[in-house]
Structure formats: C-alpha cells, structure tokens
Write a protein that binds this ligand. Structure first.
Ligand code: HEM
Ligand SMILES: *[C@@H]1O[C@H](CO)[C@@H](O)[C@H](O)[C@H]1NC(C)=O
Ligand SMILES: *[C@@H]1O[C@H](CO)[C@@H](O)[C@H](O)[C@H]1NC(C)=O
Ligand SMILES: CC(=O)N[C@H]1CO[C@H](CO)[C@@H](O)[C@@H]1O
Ligand SMILES: CC(=O)N[C@H]1CO[C@H](CO)[C@@H](O)[C@@H]1O
Length: 528
C-alpha cells in the first residue's frame, strides 16, 4: 500500500515535471514564448517546420509567417527567424553569432571543414585572414591572372560559342552555358588557367559532372534538419541516402583533389597561365602552421596529409559555392533582360562607352579588354546585376546561427537564451514592400542614384543581403560580380536575346537554388 502510493506519487511527479518541461515552460514561461508563433505547435515541437522543409516549402513558410506576424517569429521550441536589419541581421550576423552545426553536417567534404562550414568564430577568422586579400576587389581588379583568365574565357570560349550559334541559327541553353562559364572562371583562379576546368568547350564532361553535382541536392534535407534520423536508420541498416549519392560524392571529391594535386606540381611556376593563385596562397599560409620537421617524421607526414585534405576541402568549397551561385544569377539576369528589348538597347548604349569596346569578332588582332574598374562603374549594368541578385537571390534561404550565452536581445525581445537557432533569409528581406516597393517586379532602375522613390538608396542597400553580412559574408562576392559583369557586358555589346523556352524557370526552394526546369533556352541575334 505505502509502496504503491510512493510509486504513484513519483510517477505523477515525473509526469508533472515532463509536462512542465515540454509544455508549460516552452509555451508560457520561456522568454521565447513572447515571440509570435509561426504555428500553434511551434513552442512544443519542431515537427511542423521540419515537415515544411521536407516538403521543400521553407522559404514560403517563413515568408508567410513574417508577412502575417512581423519581423520576428518562433519556428520551433528553440528556433526563431528574423526579418529586419536593425536589431535583426545587424545583431546576429554583424554581431558575429557563431554558425549552427547545420553547415558542417551537409557541406563538409574530405572528412574536414572549410571556412564556410566551420562553426567556431576563432578557427574561422584564422582561415578567413588567409584568404580575404586575394578575393578583395582591388586585388582582383588589378590581378594579371584574372586579366588573362577573363580574356581567355570571354574571347576564346564564350563569344565564339555564341557567335557560332548565331551563324547556325541554333538556340542556346544559357543555364548550361552559364555553369560552364562560372566553373571555368573560378577554377582557373583557384588552380591556374592551364590546370583549371574547360567546361565551356567540353560539353559532355560538363554535363556529366554537373549532373553528378546536382543529383545529391534532394537529400540535403536529411543532413540539415534530421541528422539523428539519419544515424538511427543507418544503425538499423536502412538507407535514406541512395548509394549512387555516395558514389557521386566520391567522383566529385576525387575530381577536387586532382585539381589540387595538379596545382601543387605547378607551385614554383610564376607563368600567368599556370600559377595557381588561391591554391598557392592558401598552401603557403597553412604550411606556416607546420611544426619544424623532425627526424621521426611519421606524425609530420600525417600533418602534411591532413593539410592536403584541408586545402582540398577549402578549395572544393570555393569551386562549388563559386560556380553554382553565379551561374544561377546569370541565368535569371539573361531571362529578365531577354523579355525587355528596350532595356537591352539602353544597356548596349552604356556598354559602347567602354574603351576599348567589347566588340566581337575583334576589330584588329587586339585582345585587350576594358578594365574591370571601368566595367564595374557602369550604373545601368550595376543596377541590372543588383536587381537580379535581389529578386532572384542564388542563396535565398536560411543562414542559421546560434545565439550566444548567456542570452541576447533581438527585435526588442530580451533574454533570448543561448544556443537558440536563429536565422534570416534573403528571400524575405528582399521582399519587404516598404524598402522595395512592388517587390515582385524586376526593376533595375530602383537601384539608380536618381531614382527618387522612398526610402533612399542607402536604405535599400542596407536590406540587400544576397551575399550575407558580417564576418561570414561571402568571400567571393567581388570575384562573382567581376565575372558576371564582364560576361553580361561582352554578350550584350554584341548580341540581342529573346526567350525561346523558359518552362519551369521558377526557382526550387532550397539553400542554393536553380530553375526547376534546369534550363533557359535563348535565341541570340547579332546586335549590329
Ligand atoms: C552571385 C554569386 C554568389 C552569391 C550570391 C554568394 C552568396 C553567399 C552567401 C549568402 C554566403 C553566406 C552564406 C551563409 O552564411 O550561409 C556566402 C559565403 C561564401 N561564399 Fe559566396 N556567393 C557567391 C559567389 C561566390 C564565389 C564566386 C565564391 C568563390 C570564391 C564564393 C565563396 C564563398 C565562401 C568561401 C563563403 C564562406 C565565407 C565565410 O564563411 O567566411 N561565393 N556566399
Ligand atoms: C565572433 O567574432 C566577432 C568579430 O569578428 C565578435 O564581434 C563576436 O563577439 C564573436 N562572437 C563570439 C560568439 O565569439
Ligand atoms: C541574461 O544575461 C544577463 C547577463 O548578461 C543576466 O544578468 C541575466 O540574468 C540573464 N537573463 C536570464 C533570463 O537568464
Ligand atoms: C527560391 C524560391 O524563391 N523559392 C520559392 C519561395 O516561395 C515562393 C512562394 O512563396 C515560390 O514561388 C518560390 O519558388
Ligand atoms: C595534369 C595537367 O593537365 N597538368 C598540366 C598543368 O599545367 C601545366 C602547364 O601548362 C602542364 O604542363 C601540365 O601538363
């Protein structure tokens, strides 16, 4: 009798405690309980938002929540989303909140982490210091390597391909071509032009590798959002990720490592077409961390091998981050422009002010291109690129961080506990109608200085988040902008475009996007 009373008491105490911990505290007492719930179940379970993400509806779900409930919403017991600059992305991203584990879970490679996937602030800054200089705007604009890469890719690869399509009256799959263009650009800068990719001229290899790369995308969800489910099913001998995904990973890793090993053989070269800029720079900085070589060199050799993988992982990440995002941006830029012949004409007038002009075939045997600086300062071109990155941000989705200990304040809510997952998304920041009137319309001229619509240009720039912000902001933004502007300038100096087939052009809902149809078929005509 006494014993069962004690048991019953203990059991009810347990139930009470459990109820307190899983319902009463998160729903009524947690500081997070004051934040509007994106769904009634958000305070007690992450199931709702996980389900939305599984259905590939992350961006629209979060967008709808902010539209209905304002600049801060609660998505799950310990996840919130913000959609404002002051007290929002400024506190989180400029404030240096660390990255969530979400990144290394899905974007790791070679069993190690890159600058992009590192969560810790400290290790990240050490790596970023090694790399930011060679990706800075002034460095890239005056780099003789970039100069040669630009000349080669534009004059020997891109323009001849389009010129040929015009002569034979053939349509061009611009999305396919863009991926070749951006891969060739970034790989040439990473590993040297001679040992970089030549996707533009090798369509078969290009389609094979890009196919492998894209094939794994539908499975990112499992790594990102339900890693425990992955490890449990693995223990039970079940496969959520098909075997061919692992095989694709192996082929891509081997490809990335091969680039590095080839670059390593060319370390002593200073020839402009061979010297592997990023590879060399990173290798030099990282090997400074090696201890002096000792007689018993087993551990030394192990360290050297680890560094080989660290470098391969870092550069593989630049290769993938670098080609996919810029290619998608170019695809949407060509799509929007192809619907507006008048704007193409205006752009061409601006491009013809460049000196020398980017006309093709080259008037004489000259291969000189206009300086990157002069291309960069064309206002309409700048506006067209910026507006494309606003409306069609290549990374429109969440960039998850964790709140610092012991607590912090966001959007007027204080005492937000440490280790709360928090994110913002470009998709929503870029659709605020108070900052971007008529947000769904592609209107490059909203970025021009003499465009007087309120709020002012400075405010619009503050809300522009295509490259993120703060310490973890995109390191490749200057490279991306320089290559994109050059490609657009070279093409619209010479050609007019119209859409032939843009079926399923709308973006998939993912961290990095692409058109659902994975194509954009354009007709090119000579502009002259
Ligand atoms: C239009 C083109 C591009 C867009 C829209 C873009 C966008 C972004 C964004 C939003 C982030 C922050 C991601 C996050 O915190 O979740 C990022 C980071 C990064 N991007 Fe880009 N990117 C572009 C091109 C490139 C290129 C060409 C490279 C190649 C070098 C590159 C390399 C990186 C790296 C290494 C990071 C991690 C930086 C860090 O954590 O410090 N990106 N990018
Ligand atoms: C991360 O670094 C930034 C500076 O880059 C700093 O302001 C911030 O406090 C750091 N955050 C943490 C959690 O250490
Ligand atoms: C939040 O942190 C401050 C110290 O920065 C501390 O004084 C305060 O008690 C904390 N609030 C809660 C609810 O833990
Ligand atoms: C990347 C992207 O924009 N994905 C989707 C976000 O949600 C809207 C609907 O709200 C879709 O139209 C987009 O395709
Ligand atoms: C494997 C490979 O293609 N390596 C090349 C890298 O670039 C140098 C310089 O042109 C060549 O000599 C190598 O053959």
């Amino acid at each position: 009798m006494a014993v069962s009373a004690v048991t019953a008491f203990a059991a009810s105490l347990c139930i009470l405690l459990l109820t307190y911990k899983t319902i009463i505290y998160p729903v009524f007492l947690s500081p997070l309980s004051k934040i509007p719930n994106a769904h009634w179940s958000a305070p007690i379970s992450p199931a709702w938002i996980i389900w939305r993400r599984y259905r590939a509806q992350n961006n629209r779900t979060i967008q709808a929540a902010h539209e209905n409930l304002g600049p801060i919403v609660r998505l799950s017991p310990s996840e919130i989303s913000v959609n404002c600059v002051d007290k929002g992305i400024k506190s989180i991203y400029t404030g240096g909140f660390e990255k969530h584990e979400w990144y290394p879970r899905v974007f790791g490679s070679f069993g190690t982490v890159s600058m992009f996937t590192m969560t810790s602030n400290k290790t990240h800054s050490a790596r970023k210091r090694m790399l930011s200089n060679i990706y800075s705007k002034s460095f890239l604009q005056s780099s003789p390597h970039m100069h040669l890469i630009s000349e080669t890719i534009i004059l020997d690869r891109v323009l001849p391909i389009i010129h040929e399509a015009v002569s034979s009256d053939s349509p061009v799959d611009m999305h396919d071509l863009n991926q070749g263009l951006t891969m060739d650009f970034v790989s040439a800068y990473l590993y040297g032009l001679a040992n970089g990719s030549n996707f533009l001229q090798d369509a078969t290899f290009r389609r094979k590798m890009l196919g492998l790369y894209q094939s794994r995308k539908p499975f990112e969800f499992y790594f990102q959002e339900v890693p425990d489910l992955l490890s449990w099913t693995k223990r039970l001998g079940l496969r959520l990720i098909p075997k061919w995904c692992d095989e694709a990973n192996e082929i891509l890793d081997a490809w990335g490592l091969q680039f590095c090993d080839k670059a390593d053989e060319c370390l002593s070269s200073t020839a402009l077409d061979v010297e592997p800029m990023v590879y060399k720079h990173l290798k030099q900085s990282i090997s400074k961390q090696l201890p002096p070589k000792e007689k018993d060199s087993a551990s030394y050799t192990k360290l050297v091998e680890q560094q080989r993988l660290d470098i391969a992982c870092e550069l593989y990440d630049h290769l993938t981050a670098g080609h996919e995002t810029s290619a998608v941006a170019l695809t949407y830029l060509f799509w929007e422009l192809s619907k507006l012949p008048e704007l193409q004409k205006e752009l061409r007038e601006e491009l013809l002010t460049l000196s020398p002009k980017l006309t093709y075939p080259r008037p004489s045997s000259s291969r000189e291109l206009p300086s990157p600086k002069s291309i960069d300062s064309l206002p309409l071109l700048e506006a067209i690129v910026t507006e494309t990155l606003r409306l069609h941000a290549p990374i429109p989705g969440i960039q998850p961080r964790v709140t610092p200990y012991p607590n912090c304040s966001l959007v007027g809510y204080s005492d937000i506990p440490g280790n709360t997952r928090v994110s913002a998304q470009a998709y929503s920041l870029h659709r605020n109608p108070e900052v971007f009137p008529d947000p769904l319309a592609w209107q490059p001229k909203r970025w021009l200085k003499d465009c007087n619509s309120a709020p002012d240009l400075e405010e619009r720039r503050r809300w522009f988040w295509a490259f993120g912000s703060g310490g973890r902001m995109c390191v490749g933004s200057n490279l991306a902008l320089q290559e994109m502007k050059l490609a657009v300038a070279a093409i619209y100096t010479n050609f007019k475009t119209t859409v032939i087939d843009d079926e399923n052009i709308e973006a998939i809902d993912a961290y990095t996007v692409k058109p659902r149809g994975e194509k954009l078929i354009l007709k090119f005509e000579s502009a002259a």
